[in-house]
Design a protein around this ligand. Structure first.
Ligand code: SF4
Length: 426
């Protein structure tokens, strides 16, 4: 593709660092909204550009200019790239940016480098004469020749091709050209990740700009509400309100699953107890309430004496809260670490979005969280789930219920954001 068509994708414009931060912040926020919408499962399909256009039309608002105005497109593109440099985020962003790129270039008849038409004048530079009889009839139909396997690899399953003398020969079609352009963009995007990381980690980066990058990563899951530490403590979970908070969707499904498991079996194994206790601690529940919650369930139906509970379990809870032992306390792990542990049958630790089937997740939502539009709620959760974006599925659930993003990446932050929203509405 010609340099001028993609120049800005290849190199950030240094002038962007001079732009007003509040203006950049608005542009980035608008772009991230489109990026969240543009998470499509299969990119190499024939109607991909139409699909993207439909999504953009559906969402079209005053902020569409960030995708079509060259300067704003460039600024927001690079800021999002700098901000989303972690492997997970980069993949998420790459998918959306590829689609935006296709949308922006759909009317341009791009001249694609590395892709040459097979003709009588160049045939001998690709193939020795004794192979000529194996070539398709390139005088009657148009064929491309290409040696770049790395770029071609993702789209080969969707096209008929022949390989001769380590050269790919592919019949020309508009679909192939779009796919090739797409693959080239993805390849380019991935190759630049290291440059973006370097810029992100540059210690000389303006602190306000760095702050903007940090905020941008949070926008992956929706508009974010920021809370002070004081507010978080004030909005802590209480035992009395726990059941009604579950019903209002204020507890993430990982916590709901652990609580329901404990209520059903009157016990939790070590890893399950640790995950639930650290969550409750960080979500602001007082230690007395946490002890009562465990005791009430462990000792229900005479399954355990209160004495035994005190001796064997209470100490561990106090330990997590930092009241005994080394008094350091323990904190809730991030979602990405929680997801690494996939429980075997009969256990309830880990992240339900990672380890349960879509049907099981939907059942857990509908039996625990009364909601007036389940089809919409579940469709929004299913979309990222189908792409194995587990954390995004959790955030979509939150966004759908509370109309705002959590801004966090651990279960306690989920509840803090929910409590703040609920308290604000009361
Ligand atoms: S994504 Fe995080 S908060 Fe949500 S259910 Fe999984 S572990 Fe819990």
């Amino acid at each position: 593709m010609s340099q001028s068509d993609t120049a800005f994708y290849l190199k950030p414009n240094p002038a962007m660092f001079d732009a007003q931060l509040d203006q950049l912040s608005k542009l980035v926020s608008a772009r991230m909204t489109y990026c969240r919408k543009l998470q499509i499962d299969k990119i190499f399909v024939s109607d991909i550009v139409d699909q993207v256009q439909d999504i953009v039309n559906e969402h079209k608002g005053n902020d569409l200019h960030v995708l079509v105005n060259p300067i704003e497109n460039q600024l927001s593109y690079w800021i999002c790239r700098f901000a989303m440099t972690s492997i997970d985020d980069a993949e998420w962003l790459c998918r959306a940016e590829t689609l935006i790129y296709l949308l922006n270039t759909k009317h341009q008849n791009l001249k694609v480098n590395n892709l040459e038409r097979l003709t009588s004048s160049n045939v001998s530079s690709y193939f020795p004469p004794h192979l000529f009889h194996l070539l398709p009839d390139y005088s009657a139909e148009k064929y491309f020749v290409c040696k770049d396997f790395e770029v071609l690899a993702p789209l080969l399953p969707f096209h008929l091709y022949q390989v001769l003398n380590r050269v790919f020969i592919i019949k020309q079609s508009p679909m192939f050209e779009t796919h090739y352009k797409t693959a080239l963009f993805i390849n380019q995007f991935k190759n630049q990740t290291e440059t973006c990381q370097k810029i992100y980690n540059d210690s000389g980066l303006d602190p306000d700009f760095k702050q903007l990058l940090l905020k941008t990563t949070m926008l992956k899951f929706g508009a974010v509400q920021m809370q002070s530490m004081k507010e978080q403590v004030k909005n802590g979970l209480t035992l009395d309100g726990l059941e009604s908070l579950i019903k209002r969707g204020a507890l993430p499904l990982c916590a709901v699953r652990l609580i329901r498991h404990m209520q059903k079996f009157n016990k939790l194994k070590y890893q399950e107890r640790l995950q639930l206790t650290t969550y409750l601690y960080d979500a602001g529940m007082k230690v007395e309430d946490t002890i009562s919650l465990f005791k009430r369930n462990f000792c229900a139906n005479g399954k355990m004496t209160e004495d035994k509970f005190k001796k064997e379990y209470e100490y561990n809870i106090q330990h997590v809260y930092g009241n005994v032992g080394a008094k350091k306390g323990a904190h809730c792990q991030s979602c990405s670490i929680i997801m690494e542990s996939v429980p075997s049958t009969g256990f309830a630790f880990g992240c339900p979005f990672r380890s349960m089937t879509t049907n099981e997740i939907e059942e857990m939502i509908t039996t625990n969280i009364p909601y007036n539009d389940y089809p919409k709620l579940l469709a929004n959760v299913r979309k990222p789930l189908d792409l194995k974006y587990y954390e995004a599925a959790c955030h979509h659930l939150f966004q759908e219920i509370f109309d705002v993003g959590t801004g966090g990446s651990n279960p306690a932050k989920y509840s803090q954001a929910a409590m703040s929203k609920i308290k604000g509405a009361e």
